[in-house]
Design a protein. Sequence first.
Length: 123
Amino acid sequence: MLTNAQKLGIILHEIQSRVSRTMSKQASAEKKLPQVLQTLVVHGRITPEQKQAAAALLRDPDTMYDFVMALARHQSPVDVKGTLGVAVPNVKQASKQVVGAPTIDWDERDGGQFRNRILAIRG
């Protein structure tokens, strides 16, 4: 049977172990915070001026979940496509080329009639 002193020693050891794990997790999270904030800025979720406030919210577990929930609901200008004043890149997709398939030149689509008409006009 354990004495009260032994029980107290076991309890203190467990408390020390838990505090050590918690501090390790906090240190790891604190190292990741600058990268998280920069990612939020790059992807248009927060402005550079909001980094300090976002850092404070992310450090506190109570407010962190509110921040993440608000972030999930937020639609950044980067997400919105086709709105006025926002340039949308024109990306053309190349068609797949099938090996062995015949290629068609522009003037062959109409049997060369357009080219022939132009040559006839030029004389």
